[in-house]
Ligand binder design. Structure first.
Ligand code: SF4
Length: 146
């Protein structure tokens, strides 16, 4: 079985600030599944490093108001394409991100406040029937899939 997974969880330094979100449980998933790393923001042709963004009024914006909605949408579409091409059984995505977050994301005020909502890529995957697990739900994934 294949899983698409946020590349930063596997240690790729693709975050906006050139760091990663290494997660040992996410890496361990590779013992049971074939992991297909994705980074929707890089797929949207955004650079590393890049300005951090949040979703505000349905747009993806930086704190200075620069609008990156088109790049985020493009990256989400490429991520969906890969998930469908590799017939992924589900996705493991970085929580809270404006691309990968699912269920809770930052609220657009750049104050580290969370609100209900989904990142752009997570929303598109979900709309297309792909089950999503945040990194804190990896144990649940193992229970459901194995
Ligand atoms: Fe990680 Fe997703 Fe952000 Fe890429 S877009 S750095 S995979 S959280």
């Amino acid at each position: 079985m294949k899983i698409i997974i946020s590349a930063c969880l596997l240690g790729e330094k693709c975050k906006y600030d050139s760091t990663d979100n290494y997660n040992a449980s996410a890496v361990k998933l590779g013992e049971a599944f074939e992991l297909v790393p994705v980074c929707p923001e890089l797929f949207g042709a955004l650079p590393v490093p890049r300005m951090p963004c949040e979703i505000k009024n349905g747009r993806v914006v930086a704190e200075n108001g620069a609008d990156f909605t088109a790049e985020y949408k493009s990256g989400a579409e490429k991520t969906l394409y890969i998930a469908q091409e590799c017939n992924a059984c589900c996705a493991v995505l970085k929580e809270k991100s404006p691309s990968c977050g699912f269920g809770k994301i930052y609220d657009g005020t750049f104050s580290r406040t969370l609100a209900d909502g989904n990142g752009v890529a997570a929303a598109l995957l979900w709309e297309n029937g792909i089950k999503i697990f945040g990194e804190s739900k990896i144990d649940k994934l193992l229970d459901e899939m194995l």
